[in-house]
Design a protein around this ligand. Structure first.
Ligand code: SAM
Length: 458
């Protein structure tokens, strides 16, 4: 409600918007627009599945994002099993604009520096495709966990989640990335409609503090951008200090940067809560490898070392399992197996093979690539992430129940189900209308439930 908006905020926006203040304030009383973004690797536009989703949720295209749609609030797509299957990500529609404007190409190496809960990361990961590499970073531990879960749900095999302050990351990855997304922590003026806390926390001093922090993070981000690379800076706030003025300050400090474009989505002009995006390019070309990449502490990353005996054995066991579970061999993006204790991951290396495990040494990584399996006493237990990262057609066999069936609801609650009589014993993904949701193990006519405990519905 405009009346509960901070007075200083109204004054600030009056100075900025003039005659447009009234429609801007009125937008706080309007209805919220709800958005979701389809995972293009799982739902192809125009396919029967796409038609089904469009009809169920009343989808209408978001003009600035080809995979983005408005949905009708009452259809509750977040409660549908297809959400758990990673077919879509619920995302505020204007927030979909930043990744589209950054526009990474297939196969590029991308950093999302302030990534949780993962809206932009899941979008970027789909845009760069399996040969691309996304490093998705979040500074706060609890938020980094949520980020990792969302990356896993959307089935992103090309993404590494790290949890690091930007300065540490900048030391590790000088001039490493083709594209960087900096969706900065901000004063959240675009959140006032849905988040009372954002309204209460706001003050002119908070805006100043945010701008100072943004400048600091921006500098670290730029240290990681390759020459010729592009960075998108975005916020969900409206004041100029955290947006145009911040970008001007950065441009003054870095003559090698050029501003390609800025975009403002205003809540009184579009169906969305509002967003600011600036896209900048670092001019020049990489002439030589940055020193730290050639001989840094982490060693030369583009020469894969031999696998340790334990990793080689875990990888051999996993491949044996994969022969029985999958129809195809080439399922994983370029990369290498990585073993942490009993947990086997697939670390994507990017198309040029530049990302190697040595680059993760000493960094916290809640998800060092795609979790493949737990290996215990020579037994392979496939990871939940693996079920979500593979297309249905890749599995030799699946068990599918209608999305609205009592069997599927029971599976999502973690219950044991009767197995189809013709199903051989062993691991099998359980699907909602043919969309993999998680694993079960068939034995003695039963499907033992391996849907992760933390995700089960009550
Ligand atoms: N990009 C995310 C998305 O699309 O889902 C939203 C990111 S949110 C606007 C900004 C993030 O920056 C928050 O997750 C916050 O925890 C993180 N953050 C806070 N302080 C930070 C700092 N000093 N450096 C880096 N990130 C920070």
């Amino acid at each position: 409600m405009p009346h509960s908006l901070p007075e200083d905020f109204i004054r600030q926006m009056s100075g900025q918007l003039g005659d447009e203040l009234e429609p801007f304030l009125a937008s706080y009383e309007g209805l919220r627009a709800y958005g979701l973004r389809l995972q293009p690797q799982k739902v192809q536009p125009g396919s029967p599945l796409w038609e089904q989703l469009a009809a169920m949720f009343g989808l209408e295209p978001v003009p600035w994002c080809p995979t983005g749609y408005y949905y009708r609030e009452e259809t509750r797509p977040g409660k549908h099993p297809f959400h758990a299957a990673g077919l879509y990500y619920l995302q505020e529609p204007s927030a979909m604009s930043s990744a589209e404007l950054l526009a990474p190409a297939k196969g590029e190496t991308v950093l999302d520096l302030a990534a949780a809960p993962g809206g932009k990361s899941t979008q970027l990961s789909a845009m760069i495709g399996p040969d691309g590499l996304l490093v998705s970073n979040e500074i706060h531990p609890a938020r980094a966990q949520i980020l990792a879960e969302n990356i896993e749900r959307m089935g992103a095999a090309n993404t590494i989640v790290v949890q690091s302050p930007p300065d540490r990351l900048a030391e590790r990855f000088p001039r490493f990335f083709d594209k960087i997304m900096l969706d900065a922590p901000c004063s959240g003026e675009g959140m006032f409609r849905k988040d009372k806390a954002a309204r209460e926390e706001w003050s002119p001093a908070h805006v100043e503090m945010c701008a100072a922090r943004q400048l600091d993070i921006f500098r670290h981000a730029l240290a990681m951008l390759k020459k010729g690379g592009t960075i998108a800076y975005s916020t969900c706030t409206f004041n100029r200090k955290e947006n145009e003025e911040l970008v001007s300050a950065v441009l003054r400090e870095y003559p090698a940067l050029t501003l390609l474009r800025t975009e403002r989505l205003w809540p009184h002009k579009v169906r969305g809560e509002g967003h600011f995006v600036a896209v900048l390019r670092l001019v020049g070309e990489e002439t030589e490898e940055p020193q730290s990449r050639k001989s840094g502490k982490a060693g030369r990353p583009d020469k894969p070392g031999p696998l340790s005996a334990q990793t080689a054995e875990a990888w051999r066991l996993f491949r044996e399992f994969a022969e029985t579970a999958f129809t195809r061999k080439e399922l994983l993006p370029p990369g290498e197996p990585l073993l942490f204790g009993e947990q086997l991951y697939w670390l994507p290396s990017g198309r040029e093979g530049r990302f190697r495990s040595a680059l993760l040494a000493g960094l916290k990584s809640p998800r060092p690539g795609l979790h493949l399996a737990s290996i215990r006493k020579k037994r392979v237990e496939p990871a939940h992430a693996l079920a979500l990262a593979m297309p249905t057609a890749a599995f030799r066999r699946t068990v599918s129940f209608p999305a609205s069936s009592p069997e599927l609801a029971a599976y999502l609650r973690g219950e044991v189900l009767p197995a189809p009589s013709d199903l051989p014993d062993g691991w099998v993904p359980v699907c909602a209308d043919c969309q993999p949701l998680g694993w079960a193990k068939c034995a003695a006519g039963q499907l033992k439930n391996h849907y992760p405990k933390g995700l089960r519905s009550r």
